[in-house]
Design a protein around this ligand. Structure first.
Ligand code: RIB
Ligand code: CA
Length: 322
Protein backbone atom coordinates (compact mmCIF):
# COMPACT_ATOMS: atom_id res chain seq x y z
CA UNK A 1 0.00 0.00 0.00
CA UNK A 2 1.43 3.43 -1.02
CA UNK A 3 2.44 5.53 1.99
CA UNK A 4 2.43 9.36 1.82
CA UNK A 5 4.70 11.66 3.76
CA UNK A 6 1.96 12.10 6.37
CA UNK A 7 3.67 11.47 9.74
CA UNK A 8 2.49 8.13 11.08
CA UNK A 9 1.92 8.03 14.81
CA UNK A 10 2.99 4.98 16.80
CA UNK A 11 -0.64 4.01 17.18
CA UNK A 12 -2.57 1.27 15.48
CA UNK A 13 -2.35 2.68 11.96
CA UNK A 14 1.39 2.31 11.54
CA UNK A 15 1.15 -1.40 12.06
CA UNK A 16 -2.13 -2.62 10.61
CA UNK A 17 -4.44 -2.88 7.67
CA UNK A 18 -7.98 -1.63 8.32
CA UNK A 19 -11.43 -3.03 7.62
CA UNK A 20 -14.33 -0.61 8.28
CA UNK A 21 -17.68 -2.27 9.04
CA UNK A 22 -20.50 0.28 8.88
CA UNK A 23 -24.19 1.14 8.36
CA UNK A 24 -24.04 4.47 6.43
CA UNK A 25 -25.71 6.48 7.89
CA UNK A 26 -24.85 10.17 8.10
CA UNK A 27 -22.02 9.87 10.63
CA UNK A 28 -20.74 6.60 9.13
CA UNK A 29 -20.40 8.53 5.86
CA UNK A 30 -18.27 11.17 7.58
CA UNK A 31 -16.13 8.41 9.13
CA UNK A 32 -15.63 6.94 5.65
CA UNK A 33 -14.60 10.35 4.26
CA UNK A 34 -12.07 10.70 7.10
CA UNK A 35 -10.66 7.25 6.33
CA UNK A 36 -10.66 7.72 2.55
CA UNK A 37 -8.81 11.02 3.00
CA UNK A 38 -6.16 9.51 5.27
CA UNK A 39 -3.67 8.10 2.80
CA UNK A 40 -1.52 6.54 5.52
CA UNK A 41 -4.33 4.04 6.21
CA UNK A 42 -3.96 0.64 4.53
CA UNK A 43 -7.68 0.23 3.75
CA UNK A 44 -8.34 -3.46 3.08
CA UNK A 45 -12.06 -2.91 2.56
CA UNK A 46 -15.41 -1.57 3.70
CA UNK A 47 -18.11 -4.01 4.79
CA UNK A 48 -21.71 -2.94 5.31
CA UNK A 49 -24.57 -4.11 7.51
CA UNK A 50 -28.27 -3.39 8.01
CA UNK A 51 -28.71 -0.83 10.76
CA UNK A 52 -29.61 2.82 10.36
CA UNK A 53 -31.31 1.84 7.09
CA UNK A 54 -31.64 -1.43 5.14
CA UNK A 55 -28.68 -3.55 4.05
CA UNK A 56 -29.32 -2.63 0.43
CA UNK A 57 -29.17 1.09 1.24
CA UNK A 58 -26.09 0.89 3.49
CA UNK A 59 -24.25 -0.98 0.73
CA UNK A 60 -25.30 1.57 -1.91
CA UNK A 61 -24.38 4.45 0.40
CA UNK A 62 -20.88 3.11 1.10
CA UNK A 63 -20.28 2.84 -2.68
CA UNK A 64 -21.68 6.38 -3.18
CA UNK A 65 -19.36 7.89 -0.52
CA UNK A 66 -16.43 5.93 -2.00
CA UNK A 67 -17.16 7.44 -5.45
CA UNK A 68 -17.32 11.02 -4.11
CA UNK A 69 -13.99 10.38 -2.35
CA UNK A 70 -12.46 8.87 -5.51
CA UNK A 71 -11.42 5.71 -3.66
CA UNK A 72 -12.73 2.96 -5.89
CA UNK A 73 -9.48 1.14 -5.03
CA UNK A 74 -11.17 0.11 -1.76
CA UNK A 75 -13.63 -2.80 -2.15
CA UNK A 76 -17.13 -2.55 -0.61
CA UNK A 77 -18.75 -5.82 0.47
CA UNK A 78 -22.37 -6.13 1.59
CA UNK A 79 -23.23 -8.01 4.77
CA UNK A 80 -25.93 -9.04 7.20
CA UNK A 81 -29.48 -8.00 6.39
CA UNK A 82 -30.78 -8.44 9.94
CA UNK A 83 -29.53 -8.80 13.53
CA UNK A 84 -28.57 -12.22 14.96
CA UNK A 85 -31.68 -12.70 17.13
CA UNK A 86 -33.84 -9.63 17.75
CA UNK A 87 -36.12 -7.94 15.21
CA UNK A 88 -34.47 -5.21 13.12
CA UNK A 89 -34.70 -1.63 14.41
CA UNK A 90 -33.68 1.19 12.04
CA UNK A 91 -32.72 4.78 12.83
CA UNK A 92 -33.89 6.49 9.64
CA UNK A 93 -35.40 9.31 11.71
CA UNK A 94 -31.77 10.36 12.33
CA UNK A 95 -30.43 9.58 8.88
CA UNK A 96 -33.28 10.29 6.47
CA UNK A 97 -34.99 7.88 4.08
CA UNK A 98 -31.88 7.42 1.93
CA UNK A 99 -29.63 7.08 4.98
CA UNK A 100 -27.57 10.09 3.85
CA UNK A 101 -29.75 12.95 5.02
CA UNK A 102 -30.23 15.53 2.26
CA UNK A 103 -27.13 14.49 0.27
CA UNK A 104 -28.13 14.04 -3.39
CA UNK A 105 -28.02 10.29 -4.05
CA UNK A 106 -27.16 8.47 -7.29
CA UNK A 107 -26.37 4.92 -8.40
CA UNK A 108 -22.58 4.58 -7.99
CA UNK A 109 -20.60 3.30 -10.96
CA UNK A 110 -18.28 0.80 -9.24
CA UNK A 111 -20.16 -2.32 -8.10
CA UNK A 112 -20.03 -4.23 -4.84
CA UNK A 113 -17.17 -6.72 -4.51
CA UNK A 114 -18.06 -10.41 -4.56
CA UNK A 115 -18.79 -12.24 -1.33
CA UNK A 116 -20.50 -11.63 1.96
CA UNK A 117 -19.05 -9.42 4.69
CA UNK A 118 -18.44 -12.01 7.43
CA UNK A 119 -16.76 -14.43 5.01
CA UNK A 120 -14.61 -11.65 3.53
CA UNK A 121 -13.55 -10.46 7.00
CA UNK A 122 -12.45 -14.03 7.84
CA UNK A 123 -10.65 -14.43 4.50
CA UNK A 124 -8.78 -11.12 4.64
CA UNK A 125 -7.71 -11.45 8.29
CA UNK A 126 -6.62 -15.09 8.05
CA UNK A 127 -4.62 -14.32 4.88
CA UNK A 128 -2.47 -11.80 6.80
CA UNK A 129 -0.03 -12.25 9.69
CA UNK A 130 -1.45 -12.24 13.24
CA UNK A 131 -1.86 -8.72 14.63
CA UNK A 132 -1.74 -7.04 11.22
CA UNK A 133 -5.44 -6.13 10.79
CA UNK A 134 -7.69 -3.77 12.77
CA UNK A 135 -11.48 -3.75 12.36
CA UNK A 136 -13.42 -0.54 13.01
CA UNK A 137 -17.17 -1.03 13.58
CA UNK A 138 -19.57 1.89 13.33
CA UNK A 139 -22.85 -0.01 13.20
CA UNK A 140 -24.45 -3.09 14.75
CA UNK A 141 -21.74 -5.76 15.26
CA UNK A 142 -23.62 -8.47 13.36
CA UNK A 143 -20.95 -9.04 10.65
CA UNK A 144 -18.10 -9.31 13.15
CA UNK A 145 -20.03 -11.68 15.42
CA UNK A 146 -20.79 -13.91 12.41
CA UNK A 147 -17.11 -13.81 11.39
CA UNK A 148 -16.02 -14.82 14.91
CA UNK A 149 -18.52 -17.70 14.89
CA UNK A 150 -17.21 -18.92 11.51
CA UNK A 151 -13.52 -18.66 12.48
CA UNK A 152 -12.79 -19.02 16.24
CA UNK A 153 -9.14 -18.03 15.67
CA UNK A 154 -10.20 -14.58 14.43
CA UNK A 155 -10.56 -12.61 17.71
CA UNK A 156 -6.99 -13.34 18.85
CA UNK A 157 -5.59 -12.70 15.34
CA UNK A 158 -6.88 -9.13 15.13
CA UNK A 159 -4.67 -6.24 16.27
CA UNK A 160 -7.77 -4.49 17.64
CA UNK A 161 -11.52 -4.03 17.25
CA UNK A 162 -12.43 -0.34 17.56
CA UNK A 163 -16.18 0.15 18.01
CA UNK A 164 -18.47 3.15 18.20
CA UNK A 165 -21.08 1.88 20.62
CA UNK A 166 -22.48 1.71 24.11
CA UNK A 167 -22.93 4.21 26.90
CA UNK A 168 -22.17 4.38 30.62
CA UNK A 169 -22.41 7.86 32.14
CA UNK A 170 -24.40 9.31 29.19
CA UNK A 171 -27.39 6.95 29.29
CA UNK A 172 -29.05 5.74 26.08
CA UNK A 173 -29.92 7.47 22.81
CA UNK A 174 -32.38 4.93 21.36
CA UNK A 175 -33.88 3.83 24.70
CA UNK A 176 -33.39 5.20 28.21
CA UNK A 177 -30.50 2.80 28.80
CA UNK A 178 -29.09 1.69 25.44
CA UNK A 179 -27.09 3.25 22.62
CA UNK A 180 -28.33 2.43 19.10
CA UNK A 181 -25.52 0.21 17.71
CA UNK A 182 -25.64 -2.11 20.72
CA UNK A 183 -29.45 -2.02 21.03
CA UNK A 184 -29.79 -2.89 17.33
CA UNK A 185 -27.91 -6.19 17.81
CA UNK A 186 -27.20 -6.86 21.51
CA UNK A 187 -26.42 -10.55 20.97
CA UNK A 188 -23.72 -9.68 18.45
CA UNK A 189 -22.26 -7.06 20.81
CA UNK A 190 -22.17 -9.54 23.71
CA UNK A 191 -20.51 -12.15 21.48
CA UNK A 192 -17.77 -9.67 20.51
CA UNK A 193 -17.33 -8.54 24.14
CA UNK A 194 -16.92 -12.18 25.24
CA UNK A 195 -14.65 -13.15 22.33
CA UNK A 196 -11.32 -12.16 23.87
CA UNK A 197 -10.54 -9.70 21.05
CA UNK A 198 -8.60 -6.50 21.88
CA UNK A 199 -11.70 -4.29 22.12
CA UNK A 200 -11.74 -0.50 22.28
CA UNK A 201 -15.21 1.01 22.80
CA UNK A 202 -15.95 4.65 21.93
CA UNK A 203 -19.39 5.12 23.46
CA UNK A 204 -21.68 8.10 23.94
CA UNK A 205 -19.60 9.01 27.03
CA UNK A 206 -16.90 10.18 24.65
CA UNK A 207 -18.71 10.91 21.38
CA UNK A 208 -20.98 13.39 23.15
CA UNK A 209 -17.80 15.41 23.85
CA UNK A 210 -17.13 15.71 20.09
CA UNK A 211 -19.76 18.07 18.71
CA UNK A 212 -20.18 19.78 15.33
CA UNK A 213 -20.40 23.40 16.42
CA UNK A 214 -21.23 26.12 13.84
CA UNK A 215 -17.57 27.22 13.81
CA UNK A 216 -16.32 23.68 13.10
CA UNK A 217 -18.93 23.16 10.37
CA UNK A 218 -18.02 26.54 8.81
CA UNK A 219 -14.33 25.54 8.61
CA UNK A 220 -15.31 22.38 6.68
CA UNK A 221 -17.85 24.20 4.47
CA UNK A 222 -15.11 26.67 3.46
CA UNK A 223 -13.09 23.85 1.83
CA UNK A 224 -13.44 23.27 -1.91
CA UNK A 225 -13.14 19.49 -2.15
CA UNK A 226 -16.13 17.27 -3.03
CA UNK A 227 -15.74 15.28 0.23
CA UNK A 228 -15.74 18.53 2.26
CA UNK A 229 -18.88 19.78 0.52
CA UNK A 230 -20.57 16.43 1.16
CA UNK A 231 -19.56 16.43 4.84
CA UNK A 232 -20.83 20.01 5.28
CA UNK A 233 -24.16 18.88 3.77
CA UNK A 234 -24.30 15.84 6.07
CA UNK A 235 -23.49 17.95 9.14
CA UNK A 236 -26.20 20.48 8.27
CA UNK A 237 -28.67 17.59 8.24
CA UNK A 238 -27.32 16.37 11.58
CA UNK A 239 -27.91 19.84 13.07
CA UNK A 240 -31.50 19.68 11.84
CA UNK A 241 -32.21 16.21 13.28
CA UNK A 242 -30.54 17.16 16.58
CA UNK A 243 -32.93 20.11 16.80
CA UNK A 244 -35.92 17.94 15.81
CA UNK A 245 -35.26 14.85 17.94
CA UNK A 246 -32.98 15.86 20.82
CA UNK A 247 -32.62 19.12 22.63
CA UNK A 248 -30.97 20.97 19.75
CA UNK A 249 -27.47 22.38 19.84
CA UNK A 250 -24.42 20.93 18.15
CA UNK A 251 -24.82 17.28 17.04
CA UNK A 252 -22.30 14.70 18.32
CA UNK A 253 -19.87 13.19 15.80
CA UNK A 254 -20.16 9.53 16.73
CA UNK A 255 -18.66 7.25 14.07
CA UNK A 256 -15.70 9.38 12.91
CA UNK A 257 -14.30 8.98 16.46
CA UNK A 258 -13.35 5.37 15.59
CA UNK A 259 -11.19 6.47 12.65
CA UNK A 260 -9.77 9.40 14.62
CA UNK A 261 -8.81 6.96 17.39
CA UNK A 262 -7.04 4.66 14.91
CA UNK A 263 -5.17 7.61 13.37
CA UNK A 264 -4.45 9.44 16.63
CA UNK A 265 -5.07 7.36 19.77
CA UNK A 266 -3.31 10.15 21.71
CA UNK A 267 -6.44 12.30 21.23
CA UNK A 268 -8.39 9.96 23.52
CA UNK A 269 -8.23 8.66 27.09
CA UNK A 270 -9.38 5.11 27.81
CA UNK A 271 -9.74 2.92 30.94
CA UNK A 272 -9.79 -0.89 31.21
CA UNK A 273 -13.18 -2.31 32.16
CA UNK A 274 -15.35 -5.41 32.19
CA UNK A 275 -18.03 -4.87 29.54
CA UNK A 276 -21.19 -6.94 29.41
CA UNK A 277 -24.30 -6.38 27.29
CA UNK A 278 -27.92 -6.93 28.35
CA UNK A 279 -29.50 -9.41 25.92
CA UNK A 280 -32.64 -10.52 27.81
CA UNK A 281 -34.48 -7.59 29.41
CA UNK A 282 -37.25 -5.89 27.40
CA UNK A 283 -36.64 -2.67 29.30
CA UNK A 284 -32.85 -2.47 29.09
CA UNK A 285 -32.03 -4.54 25.99
CA UNK A 286 -28.60 -3.47 24.64
CA UNK A 287 -27.51 -1.74 27.85
CA UNK A 288 -23.71 -1.78 28.24
CA UNK A 289 -22.70 -2.59 31.81
CA UNK A 290 -19.22 -1.03 32.14
CA UNK A 291 -17.39 -2.09 35.32
CA UNK A 292 -14.08 -0.33 36.02
CA UNK A 293 -13.59 -2.10 39.39
CA UNK A 294 -11.87 -5.13 37.88
CA UNK A 295 -8.37 -6.56 37.85
CA UNK A 296 -6.35 -6.83 34.62
CA UNK A 297 -7.36 -10.47 34.16
CA UNK A 298 -11.09 -9.61 34.23
CA UNK A 299 -10.94 -6.62 31.87
CA UNK A 300 -12.17 -7.29 28.31
CA UNK A 301 -12.32 -3.77 26.92
CA UNK A 302 -10.68 -0.34 26.87
CA UNK A 303 -13.52 2.15 27.46
CA UNK A 304 -13.00 5.68 26.08
CA UNK A 305 -13.63 8.38 28.67
CA UNK A 306 -12.23 11.59 27.14
CA UNK A 307 -11.63 13.03 23.67
CA UNK A 308 -9.87 16.12 22.36
CA UNK A 309 -12.75 17.43 20.23
CA UNK A 310 -10.90 20.41 18.76
CA UNK A 311 -8.02 18.22 17.56
CA UNK A 312 -10.42 15.60 16.17
CA UNK A 313 -12.21 18.24 14.09
CA UNK A 314 -8.85 19.68 12.98
CA UNK A 315 -7.83 16.19 11.82
CA UNK A 316 -11.14 15.71 9.96
CA UNK A 317 -10.87 19.16 8.34
CA UNK A 318 -7.26 18.52 7.28
CA UNK A 319 -8.11 15.12 5.71
CA UNK A 320 -11.14 16.51 3.85
CA UNK A 321 -9.07 19.20 2.26
CA UNK A 322 -6.36 16.92 0.91
O1 RIB B 1 -25.52 5.87 18.55
C1 RIB B 1 -24.81 6.34 17.44
C2 RIB B 1 -24.67 5.26 16.41
O2 RIB B 1 -25.97 4.89 15.96
C3 RIB B 1 -23.91 5.72 15.16
O3 RIB B 1 -23.20 4.63 14.63
C4 RIB B 1 -25.00 6.15 14.22
O4 RIB B 1 -24.63 5.89 12.84
C5 RIB B 1 -26.15 5.26 14.61
O5 RIB B 1 -26.06 4.11 13.86
CA1 CA C 1 -23.36 4.01 12.33
Amino acid sequence: MRRTGVPRDNGLVSRTGLIIDCDPGVDDAIALFLAFGSKELDLIGVTTVAGNVSAALTARNARLIRQIAGREDVPVVAGAERPLVRAPVEADHFHGETGLGHLPVFEPVAPLAEGEAADVIVREVMARPPGSVTVAVTGPMTNLALAFAREPALPARLAAVVVMGGARSEGGNITASAEYNIHADPHAAQAVAASGCRLVMLGLDVTHQVRATPERIARIAALASAPAKAVANLLDFAVETERKHVEGGAPPLHDPCTIAYILRPDLFATRPCRLEVETESRLTLGHTAVEFRVGPDEANCQWATRANAEAIFALLTERLGE
